[in-house]
Ligand binder design. Structure first.
Ligand code: ATP
Length: 368
């Protein structure tokens, strides 16, 4: 079997003893042609992980291999320029005094000019900047500068590109199209990439798989749909979108909660914390002897509506189609339309399938 393009194994990094580790046992793999998203809040260690993969930092422990060959680890440190990895920085890092073409040629400085020139022109055509060769970066829009930076790192045909918050300087109008274009370009050229972002929507729309990080540790890795729909920790559930976290008493595949009897996504015993996303609960007309909630607020958003509903001492957020009739003050029944997803148990056990990636970090266990 072929090894993955990139294997990152058990990375640890501490900059200062007072602050503690910035990376804790970080593992992930990137397959050939895959776009992998590393997503988490500011300061969780994403850039540090990327800089270690690029070779700009040394890990304290752990190992990295590219196509099965060690590039970092115990007594191994391949210099950055020998790794065949491209890097697109947050600020694009374009040379302001060089033209678009010269900036891209810079990425090819180790090739003879006779080869570098046609290659730079080819890549600029590919990113749709064929007519802007002679402009300076200051004469380009943010989206165009972003594409020059991408062209510069694609020009040497790297095996892997590392993208560090590459869209953070783009305005909302450019953001969606640029994300789409960059994803298409990477797919067209078969280039694998690790995309670092604090924006969960960006990670989910762009990446084939995502890893959600908190406090230097990866809590869950998977395809976006799976991680969004089946979060394995309270943090992952809350970071990827709105959710309702509800305490329940489990007995096998069911649990008793303030919403009544819930179906669970898997078997458990004792106290559990479950996640039900706003779109995973329907509002209905209450029948006799049913637990009801009171509508506290309603936001109409065109394509859907968001309600705040009080049940007992909890407020839940529920998302419904735009046509649902409920108004503030109405009594409603809340009916989960999917099994509730267990994100923590009283034993603090890591869910079976999650244990490899340290999805329940020790910190998380302590919290539960
Ligand atoms: P952001 O999205 O804000 O860039 P991040 O998730 O990429 O955040 P890192 O940049 O990896 O996080 O930083 C993680 C932690 O490590 C932060 O607390 C940061 O201050 C610290 N850190 C990063 N580089 C260094 C360094 N060279 N020396 C000391 N501390 C550092």
């Amino acid at each position: 079997m072929n090894s993955p393009l990139l294997q990152v194994e058990g990375l640890w990094k501490t900059f200062s003893r007072d602050d503690g580790p910035v990376l804790q046992d970080v593992h992930f793999e990137v397959e050939e042609g895959e776009l992998f998203g590393l997503v988490g809040p500011s300061g969780c260690g994403k850039t540090t992980a990327l800089r270690i993969i690029a070779g700009f930092e040394h890990p304290d422990a752990g190992a990295i291999a590219l196509r099965g060959n060690a590039i970092a680890g115990d007594r191994v440190h391949m210099p950055p320029e020998a790794r065949g990895i491209g890097f697109v920085f947050q600020d694009y890092a374009l040379f302001p005094h060089l033209t678009v073409l010269e900036n891209v040629m810079f990425g090819l400085h180790r090739q003879p000019k006779s080869d570098a020139l046609p290659r730079a022109e080819e890549v600029l055509d590919m990113v749709g900047l064929g007519s802007l060769h002679n402009r300076l970066p200051s004469q380009l829009s943010g989206g165009q500068q972003q594409r020059v930076a991408l062209a510069r790192s694609l020009a040497p045909a790297p095996r892997l590109i590392l993208l560090d918050e590459p869209f953070s300087n783009l305005d909302a109008a450019l953001l969606l199209t640029t994300r789409h274009e960059v994803r298409n370009l990477l797919k067209q050229t078969g280039t694998s990439a690790v995309l670092v972002t604090h924006d969960q929507e960006e990670a989910m729309t762009m990446a084939d798989r995502i890893a959600v990080m908190q406090d230097g540790a990866i809590e869950q890795t998977g395809v976006p749909e799976e991680v969004y729909r089946r979060p394995r920790t309270p943090f992952v559930a809350q970071f990827l979108g709105a959710t309702n976290l509800i305490s329940a008493a489990a007995d096998g595949k069911h649990a008793q909660s303030l919403l009544g009897r819930l179906c669970l996504d898997r078997k458990a015993q004792g106290t559990v914390l479950v996640s039900l996303r706003p779109e995973q609960v329907a509002l209905e007309t209450p029948t006799v002897q049913e637990i009801v909630g009171e509508v506290l607020a309603r936001e109409f958003k065109g394509h859907d509506q968001t309600y705040r509903v009080r049940v007992g001492d909890m407020e839940l957020v529920i998302q419904t189609p735009p046509t649902s009739p409920w108004r503030v003050g109405d009594q409603v029944a809340l009916r989960p339309v999917e099994p509730a997803v267990i994100v923590a148990t009283s034993q603090g056990h890591a869910p079976v399938e999650a244990s490899r990636n340290g999805l329940f970090s020790d910190k998380q266990k302590a919290r539960n």
